[in-house]
Write a new protein. Structure first.
Length: 273
């Protein structure tokens, strides 16, 4: 069986990555680009790509394979995605930055990020896109209309509640699901994160506080998520350590006070669609 064609590309400040193509991409509309960071998600990534293609037939779909060991890139390419294979394990933030670079280089007007484990439903992609009409960042919230719809371990649920409190108390931003990675971003926000990186290397609460202080318009829309498959990267001690990192980063933001870093930001507000 033949494998997808591959060629190297360069992203700002990074080593060359490998992009695998399956089928023609000239008929895709790169103005909407969906990026899907994935590590060892061969069991789920094919369905995520197929579902995304069903919902957004013309969109560009890019899977960022973060040095998977299980054939994630092969499954994703066979499902019809473009695949960026990271040269080594770069972590979630590093995979997102690579995806932003590729999306922006292709002329994306909206960048959507979603997980590769099947937790984020492709059926909610249109809600994120609709929310972008009045925002710079749209978060898909599993709590905006009530309960998440699946069992969340007590420790994880307590951590989510703490992150909501920190976002409000330190950042002055009322959000129901600041830890959700199901998001849509404007090119301005994506370019800032691609070039400058994530504050403290974190993609959740401290990032949203950072953006809110810079005047970025952040909105939430209701989504329904599924229970994640496989082992979460935030399970057990790893989850506790990650929460400590978030708390430490937010404490630093509380000490530093207000900052503004983004060029030509929108209004500083958080809203709920």
């Amino acid at each position: 069986m033949s494998h997808p064609a591959q060629r190297p590309i360069a992203t700002s400040g990074d080593a060359a990555h490998t992009v695998a193509y399956r089928g023609p991409v000239a008929d895709r509309d790169p103005s909407i680009t969906v990026i899907i960071p994935a590590r060892d998600e061969a069991h789920a990534i094919g369905g995520v790509v197929a579902g995304t293609r069903t919902q957004l037939p013309a969109a560009r779909i890019v899977v960022i394979d973060d040095a998977s060991r299980d054939g994630t890139s092969i499954v994703a390419a066979r499902a019809g995605a473009e695949v960026i294979t990271m040269p080594g394990h770069m972590g979630y933030a590093g995979a997102l930055r690579a995806g932003y670079h590729v999306a922006l280089a292709g002329g994306a007007h909206v960048i959507i990020q979603m997980d590769g484990d099947g937790q984020h439903r492709p059926g909610d992609l249109h809600a994120l896109l609709d929310g972008m009409s009045g925002a710079d960042v749209v978060i898909g919230s599993r709590f905006l209309e009530g309960d998440a719809g699946y069992r969340i371990p007590h420790g994880r649920r307590a951590g989510m509640a703490a992150c909501r409190w920190m976002a409000a108390a330190v950042g002055g931003i009322e959000l129901t699901d600041p830890t959700s990675g199901f998001r849509a971003l404007s090119p301005t926000v994506a370019e800032h994160l691609a070039d400058e990186g994530f504050p403290s290397g974190l993609t959740e609460t401290s990032l949203l506080i950072h953006l809110h202080r810079a005047g970025v318009r952040i909105s939430e829309v209701p989504v329904r998520m599924l229970a994640p498959t496989g082992r979460s990267m935030h399970a057990g001690l790893a989850g506790s350590a990650h929460f400590v990192r978030i708390s430490w980063a937010v404490l630093g933001q509380a000490r530093r006070g207000t900052t503004a870093v983004l060029p030509e930001p929108g209004r500083a507000t958080a809203s709920r669609a």
